[in-house]
Design a protein around this ligand. Structure first.
Ligand SMILES: Cc1cc2nc3c(=O)[nH]c(=O)nc-3n(C[C@H](O)[C@H](O)[C@H](O)COP(=O)(O)O)c2cc1C
Length: 200
C-alpha cells in the first residue's frame, strides 16, 4: 500500500499543518512518499501547454521551461495514479487554497489520464485512491455558521478531487490557530490527535 503526502505550506519546520500530517503519517507503516509542492518550481498552464494537453501541439513545440512543466505534470499524474491513499495538508490562504495547490490540481486533472469522456459522459480514472485525508489549518473559526460560506478551501478541494473520483475524504480542521495561546493550541492538537486515532 502506498501513501502520497502532498505538503502545501512553504513554511517547512514552522508549519503547523505539518505537525498534524506528521502525526497521521506516524500511524502508517506503509510505503510513504512526500511531495513538497514548494520544492517543485510549479508553473501555471500556458497556451502551448494547454495545446499540448489537448493534442494540437507537440512536445517539440514547447519551450524548454514548458517541456520541464510537461514532464513535471507527467510525474505528478503517475504519482497520483499509483497511490492508495493521499494526505493533503494545507493552510487556508485568502479564504481558499494557496495558488500552488490550485496549480497542482490544474496539472493532475488531466484529460485522458486522470479523467476522460465517452459519449459526453465523464469517466474518472483515479479510482486507485481509496481515501484522502485533508488537513486544514486556519486563522479563522469558520464553524460559526455566518463564516462557513466564505471558507472556500474545503469545497474547492472536494470538487477538484471528485472530478477524478477521489471521493472518500476525511477532513481534519485546525481552526483559530493564530488566535489562541500556545497552551490552548496544544490542547486542540491533542483533541485532533484523538479524532485522528478514532478514524484510522
Ligand atoms: C498569505 C496568507 C493568507 C492567509 N489567509 C487566511 C484566511 O483567509 N483565513 C484564515 O483563516 N487564515 C488565513 N491565513 C492564516 C493561515 O491559514 C494560518 O496561519 C495557517 O493555518 C498556518 O499554516 P502553516 O503553519 O501550516 O503554514 C493566511 C496566512 C497567509 C500567510
Amino acid at each position: 500500500m502506498k501513501k502520497l503526502h502532498i505538503v502545501v505550506s512553504p513554511r517547512g519546520e514552522r508549519s503547523r499543518s505539518k505537525k498534524l500530517w506528521e502525526y497521521i503519517l506516524s500511524k502508517m507503516d506503509w510505503e510513504k512518499e512526500t511531495l513538497e509542492l514548494n520544492n517543485e518550481n510549479i508553473w501555471f498552464l500556458t497556451s502551448s501547454l494547454i495545446a499540448y494537453n489537448y493534442w494540437y501541439a507537440k512536445f517539440e513545440d514547447l519551450t524548454t521551461e514548458e517541456k520541464r512543466i510537461a514532464k513535471l505534470q507527467d510525474k505528478f499524474v503517475k504519482q497520483i495514479l499509483s497511490a492508495d491513499e493521499i494526505i493533503i495538508s494545507s493552510p487556508i490562504w485568502n479564504f481558499s487554497v494557496p495558488a500552488i495547490l490550485k496549480a497542482y490540481f490544474d496539472l493532475i486533472l488531466k484529460i485522458n489520464e486522470t479523467v476522460t469522456m465517452k459519449d459526453w459522459a465523464l469517466i474518472w480514472l483515479a479510482t486507485n485512491v481509496k481515501k484522502a485525508y485533508i488537513v486544514l489549518t486556519k486563522w479563522g473559526y469558520y464553524e460559526w455558521q455566518a463564516w462557513k460560506s466564505i471558507d472556500m478551501i474545503e469545497p474547492l478541494i472536494r470538487q477538484d478531487l471528485a472530478f477524478i473520483w477521489i471521493t472518500n475524504l476525511e477532513v481534519i480542521n485546525w481552526e483559530w490557530i493564530d488566535r489562541v495561546s500556545d497552551e490552548e493550541n496544544l490542547k486542540k492538537f491533542d483533541e485532533l490527535k484523538m479524532q485522528i486515532d478514532s478514524k484510522l
